[in-house]
Design a protein around this ligand. Structure first.
Ligand code: CTP
Length: 400
C-alpha cells in the first residue's frame, strides 16, 4: 500500500493508564511525517505530562478551552477545521459517554462536537465498565454517528485481571488510521445521489402513514461513497441519523412527493444514483386540514398511487449514469428483484429478503443479493450495514 501523504492529526488523550502508550502513538505518527496536535483532558495529565507530549509532538498541547495567553482564535473550532482526523486514545467511558450524548464541557469534548472529519476512538477501561449496558449503548451510538471504534484487546488490565478492555497497541492503532488514509478513493470526482429512510404521507395535521425504515443502509452508503472520494447528496426521509462526512450534502424531505422532486432535481448531474429509501407506494388522496374526529363508524381512507421515483429515473437515465435500486421482498424474491431490474431500467437491484433474519429495516445488519444488468450476481453474508455498504459499492464499481 502506498504511503499516505502527510496528514494533520488531533490526538485526544483521556484519563486512563493507557495514556502512557499514546506517547508511542505520537512518535509513530511523527515518524511517518504527520503533524500531531495533542488535546488532553485534565485527568490525562495525571498520567502524562505536557512537557513530554509537547516534546514528542513538537507542538503546543491543549487542555483548556479558556486559554488566556494564546493569540485570539476559537481553539475548538480552529482545531476542528485544521485537522484531517481525530484519534482518541485512550478513550475512557467518560469521553465516550460525553461524545455519544453531545456533552461539551472541556477542550476535547467541545472539539469533538465541532468536528466534521473522521473520528477514531480506542476505548480502554475495566472489563465490567466496558461491558456495562450504558457504555455499550454509547459505543453503538458513536458507531451510528459514523465514528470508527478500534475495539479494545484482551489482556492484562490495570485492575489486575486478564480480560477485554485493554487499549489496542499503538502500532495497531497507527496501522488502522494509516490504512484509512491509504484507502483507494475509487469514487473520486464522481457525483452521487443516495436516498434513505422512510417517507411519511400525511392524513391530517397529527397523523401519517409511514414505514419502519431507519435510514441506516442509505446513510452507510452515503458515508462510504464520501470516504471513497465522491461528492454525495443524501436525500433523506425522517430519521434520527446524521451524516458525519463533510462531502455529504443532506437534503431532508418528508413525503414521497418531496422525495420525487428533490431526487429528480439532484440526479440531473449525478453519475451514480442509489435509491435506498423506502418510498411509500400510496398516499392519502386528500389531506384533512383539521384533525379527523373519532366517529361511531369505521373510517375509510382513499389512497392514491405515488410516482415510482426509480422508474422515472430509469426513463430519464443518461448514458454516463449508473442507477441502483433496492427491492424489499417477502416472497418470490429473486424473480421479483430481476423483474424490477428490467421494469425500472436499473443497472443494479439490491435485494433484501425479509426471510433472512438479520436483514431488513430495523437491524444494524443486512444480507443482500445484488443483480446486475450484465447478468452478474453477488451473494453477500449477514454483516453490519456499514460493511454491506462497502460490498455493494465494490460490486457496482467492478461490474459497471
Ligand atoms: N421506489 C421508488 N418510488 C416509489 C416506490 C419505490 O423509487 N414510489 C424504489 C425504492 O426506493 C426501491 C425500489 O423502488 O429502490 C423498489 O422498491 P420496493 O418497495 O421493493 O418495490 P416497489 O417497486 O414499490 O414494488 P412492490 O412494493 O410491489 O414490491
Amino acid at each position: 500500500m502506498p504511503e499516505p501523504a502527510a496528514k494533520k492529526i488531533i490526538l485526544g488523550i483521556t484519563g486512563g493508564i493507557a495514556a502512557y502508550k499514546s506517547l508511542s502513538l505520537i512518535r509513530l505518527f511523527k515518524k511517518a511525517g504527520h503533524e500531531v496536535q495533542v488535546v488532553v483532558t485534565k485527568n490525562a495529565l495525571q498520567f502524562v505530562t505536557p512537557l513530554t507530549l509537547e516534546t514528542l509532538s513538537q507542538n503546543t498541547v491543549y487542555s483548556d478551552s479558556f486559554i488566556r495567553n494564546e493569540p485570539y482564535s476559537v481553539a475548538h473550532i480552529s482545531h476542528a477545521d485544521w485537522a484531517d482526523v481525530v484519534v482518541i486514545a485512550p478513550a475512557t467511558a467518560n469521553i465516550i459517554g460525553k461524545f455519544a450524548n453531545g456533552i461539551a464541557d472541556d477542550a476535547l469534548s467541545t472539539l469533538l462536537l465541532a468536528m466534521k472529519k473522521p473520528v477514531f476512538l480506542a476505548p480502554a477501561m475495566n472489563v465490567n465498565m466496558y461491558e456495562n449496558e450504558a457504555v455499550q449503548r454509547n459505543i453503538a451510538q458513536l458507531k451510528k454517528q459514523g465514528c470508527h471504534i478500534i475495539e479494545p484487546a484482551t489482556g492484562d488490565l490495570a485492575c489486575g485481571i486478564s480480560a477485554k478492555g485493554r487499549m489496542e497497541e499503538p502500532e495497531r492503532i497507527f496501522e488502522i488510521v494509516t490504512q484509512f488514509f491509504s484507502q483507494k478513493k475509487k469514487w473520486n470526482g464522481k457525483k452521487a445521489v443516495v436516498t434513505a429512510g422512510p417517507t411519511y404521507e400525511p392524513i391530517d395535521p397529527v397523523r401519517f402513514i409511514g414505514n419502519h425504515s431507519s435510514g441506516l443502509m442509505g446513510f452507510a452508503l452515503a458515508e462510504k461513497l464520501a470516504e471513497q472520494g465522491a461528492e454525495v447528496t443524501l436525500i433523506t426521509g425522517t430519521t434520527a441519523l446524521y451524516a458525519t462526512n463533510q462531502a455529504i450534502q443532506r437534503v431532508d424531505v418528508v413525503t414521497a412527493k418531496e422525495m420525487l422532486t428533490q431526487t429528480l432535481h439532484y440526479s440531473k448531474n449525478a453519475d451514480l444514483i442509489i435509491m435506498a429509501a423506502a418510498v411509500a407506494d400510496y398516499t392519502p388522496k386528500t389531506f384533512a386540514s383539521e384533525k379527523i374526529k373519532k366517529k361511531n363508524s369505521d373510517l375509510e381512507l382513499i389512497l392514491e398511487k405515488t410516482t415510482d421515483i426509480l422508474l422515472e429515473l430509469g426513463k430519464r437515465k443518461q448514458k454516463k449514469q449508473c442507477l441502483v435500486g433496492f427491492a424489499l421482498e417477502t416472497e418470490n424474491e429473486i424473480e421479483n428483484a430481476k423483474q424490477k431490474l428490467q421494469q425500472k431500467n436499473a443497472d443494479f437491484i439490491v435485494l433484501n429478503s425479509l426471510k433472512n433474519s438479520g436483514a431488513g429495516f430495523k437491524c444494524a445488519t443486512n444480507q443482500v443479493t445484488i443483480f446486475a444488468q450484465n447478468g452478474a450476481i453477488f451473494e453477500g453474508k449477514c454483516k453490519a450495514k456499514t460493511e454491506v455498504a462497502e460490498e455493494i459499492l465494490e460490486f457496482i464499481f467492478e461490474q459497471w
